[in-house]
Every structure is written in C-alpha cells, then in structure tokens.
Design a protein around this ligand. Sequence first.
Ligand code: NAD
Length: 493
Amino acid sequence: MSSAITYPFLQQQDYPMIIDGNSVQSDETIETRNPATGELLGRAYLAGVKEIDMAVTSAHNGLGRWTALKPAERELAMLRFADIVEEHLEELAVIDTLDNGAPLAGSRNGVRRAIAHLRYYAGWTTKLTGDTIPSSIDGGDSFSYTVRKPLGVVAAITPWNSPVINMMLKVTTALAAGCSVVVKPSELTPLSALRLAQLALDAGIPAGVLNVVPGVGRTAGQALAEHPGIAKVSFTGSTAVGRAIIESSQHNLAHLTLELGGKSPDIVFGDVNIDEVVPMAAWAAFRNSGQVCVSGSRLLVHSSIYRKFLDRLTDFTQRIVVGNGLDAGTELGPLISTTQADRVEGYINSGVNEGASLITGGQRICDAARPTGQFIAPTIFADVTPDMKIVAEEIFGPVVTVTPFDTIDEAVQMANATPYGLAAGIWTRDLTTAHLTSNAIDAGMVWVNGYSLYDPALPFGGHKLSGYGAKSGREAVEECTQIKTVVMKLPKS
Ligand code: NAD
C-alpha cells in the first residue's frame, strides 16, 4: 500500500464482519487486492450459512431498536450518519479506489452521492403516510385508514462496480422506511461496506440495524436471499443472478427489487454541437472503464454527422489517460479482475472475428506502471450489425459501438432492439425530436442533453431484463414498506 495512505482502517490485515455491532470472524477468509497493482489489501472474513443466520437474527434485534425510535429520532440518526460519512469522504473514496480500481474522482463522486442520499431519505422518515378511505361496510358508518409499516429485514446484495453508492442506495431507502439491513457486498470489494457499518455505529444508528457480511454469492448470497427471516431482497447485479434470486424468493416470498444489466443506447442527432457532445458521449460509454450498469455502450449517430463525430470521438478516446486510480490525471482505471479483463477481451476478439471495424483500442495495456494485465484501452467499433455479440450483449468494459441512423423511427427501433431497458441518452437541440424520442424509448431512465444525471428524489429502475422495482425516489422507500388497513366500525348513535 502507498506509504501516503495512513488510514488506520486500511492498516488491518484481516477485516471482520459487522454483526449486531460486533466484529465477527469466521473460519474462512478471502483476499482482496488492488486491481491496479495486485497488492494485497487484506483478507475479509467470509460469511457462511451460520454467519448469515446470525446476521438475520441481529437484524431482527436491530429492527426492534430502530422502530422503537420516533421517526424524528431516526431522521436525526441518519443525518448524523451523513455528517460522519462526509467527514470520512476521502477515506471512503480511497478505500473504493484501492478495492475496485476506479479513478479517485469517480469514487469521491460515489461517496458524495451516498451523503446526498442519506440526507434526502432522512427526510422521508417523517413523511411516510397512509390514507383515510371512505367506506360503507354493512351499510353502516365506518372509519377506515391505511398505515405504512416497515417491511422488516432487507437483504442488500451488491456488485463491485461502485461499492459505496450501490450499498447506500439500498441502505438509505430501507432505513428511511424503518427497516433494518443485512448487506452482502461483492466478494471482490468488501472493504467500504465494512467501514460504512462502523461509521453507522459511530453515528448512533443502533447495533443490528446495519449488518455487513462479506461472502461468496453462491453460498452466502444464496443463503441470505432464501433466508426465512428476510422480508425483501434488494439486489444489484447481473440478470443471470437476478433470476437465481427470483428462485430463492420462492421459499420466503421475499419482496424483490432487481437492478440488473443494461445495453443502453446513446442517440446523437444531427443538430448538436459535435465538440460539446463528443466528450460527454465518450464518458457515457467509458466511465469507470465501462463497468457501469447504465454505460451508453451503443452510440447511434445521425448519418449527417456520423463520419465527423466518429473521427472526433476516436481522437478524444485516444487521449484518455489509463492508469492507477490513485494517480492524479488518471481518467480510466483497471478492470476489477483478470476474469473480467479476459471476458472483455473475448468480446473484443468476437467483434473483430464477426467483421466489425476496430477503430481504436482493443488491446490490453501491461507495463511497469500498469502491471496486472487488467487494463484495457478504451475501444471503439464501427460497421457493426445487430446480431454481433458486441452489439447484443452487455460487455461491462470500455467498449462502444457506433452506428449511423437516418430517421427518428430508425433510431428508436435500434435503441429498443435489446432485451434490456435500463437507460438511454438523447442529444438534440430540437424539442420535438427530444420528446418524440424519449417517449418512444423503452427504458427506466432517459437523459436528454446529459448522461448519468442522478438525484435521490428521482425514481430509477429498469424495464425488461434490466429488472424491476425502484432504487431511488419516493417509490424506493415505499417499496420497503407494507400497507396495513384498519377498518373501524362506528357505533350507531
Ligand atoms: P453478479 O450478479 O455476479 O453479482 C452481484 C452480487 O450477487 C454479488 O454480491 C455476488 O456475490 C452476489 N451473488 C452471486 N450469485 C448469487 C446467488 N446465487 N444468490 C445471491 N447472490 C449472489 O454481478 P457483478 O459481476 O458483481 O456486477 C456486474 C453486473 O451488475 C452487471 O451485469 C451490471 O449491469 C450489474 N449492475 C446493475 C446495476 C443497476 O442499477 N441496474 C448497477 C450496477 C451493476
């Protein structure tokens, strides 16, 4: 580890789980390494069936402690949690960059979003209401109303690509609804989740409300998803694992929020300022080395500007600085693992073999400064067809395809020609074009003249194979509650 990094949390060799406010060890550990250098960061204790059971029991205890607080007290606790996370913003960003390789600026942004979510959802603790409903039962008078109750224990199962924000999207909405949480972070990036659980305790969130149990998906993840003590699984990850979670829920009938894969279109019309849009379209595709669920990986560009746009995009892409996320000036970091780099390289080879034109990139970068073999140059393909794997499948790497179109109908047809429906971008100065296109695109989030624009108040969730349920906005809190209806017969006077 760099000698400049002196956070006590990062000086540990072994990272215990956090269950009921206690540090818990198990018989098994997993190494976590910096994908930029290969350096060992430490070993996280892995949860097995026994530790998952302990964590769910702890969360039930935590649920009692959390709901015993008045809504305004829970609001204050979440606001204190936000303040403490803000005090540790740099530390949390460094932890994520060391653990998953993302450039520090991106990791900081993830922590800032987590803080904004904590503050926004703290407000919801005092604003969840039911209805009073006119009813005529047995022809007599009655007073009927609904109340929103916390669902119970929420299992949060998260991927490795943006660990802090992926976890906190789930934690903040669950806490606002009065639920307690068991977080199972990705086995590849367990560290920031453990640190956040410590900070929650420091903020006065009662023990057991936020438990963190790193573990392997097929053992700990599955044991958590099918545990009879959980009320909901909030899952972010691949569509394949999303299907496995649906199967697990057949046992416990847990509510599900599934945030799954994507293959998002980014549509550029002919009336844009090319110099302004090229960098934003490039970052929509390449940010975090393309390991972003909403990555704008299918660029559709109007034929009137296609050639010029592709040339400028190529020039911009070739100047992107790929390196260690901790180094000032790095714009793209490594991929999370050798397996993921092999997978992305496989897609690039398939693109070449299937006849696409490789415009730039395509190669692995490996040298003294980038020694792990996990760096891949940002890659552009042109002359692609819809049946090619690089167009049809989610790559989750720094690879974009660029395709010309002539009409709005053609752009929309290509944009929707995917089993996914997570996000889409539209770039135009024409209001009619913007409305017609955004209305016709089948995706959970459509950005016009921007990309990856988030606010905790805005609902966001996938369509089609990108999943269901909201991960933000009022809807996300309400999905962590259940309605109880009370019917009160009134005596005849
Ligand atoms: P993954 O599906 O392999 O793993 C995600 C999590 O599920 C991990 O914690 C893993 O341990 C766990 N898991 C694996 N098998 C399990 C099982 N059988 N039961 C329960 N849990 C299990 O995904 P990944 O490789 O970590 O992340 C990449 C994927 O995540 C991509 O497909 C990407 O699109 C998706 N993603 C989606 C969003 C979104 O908001 N829609 C956001 C980020 C990432």
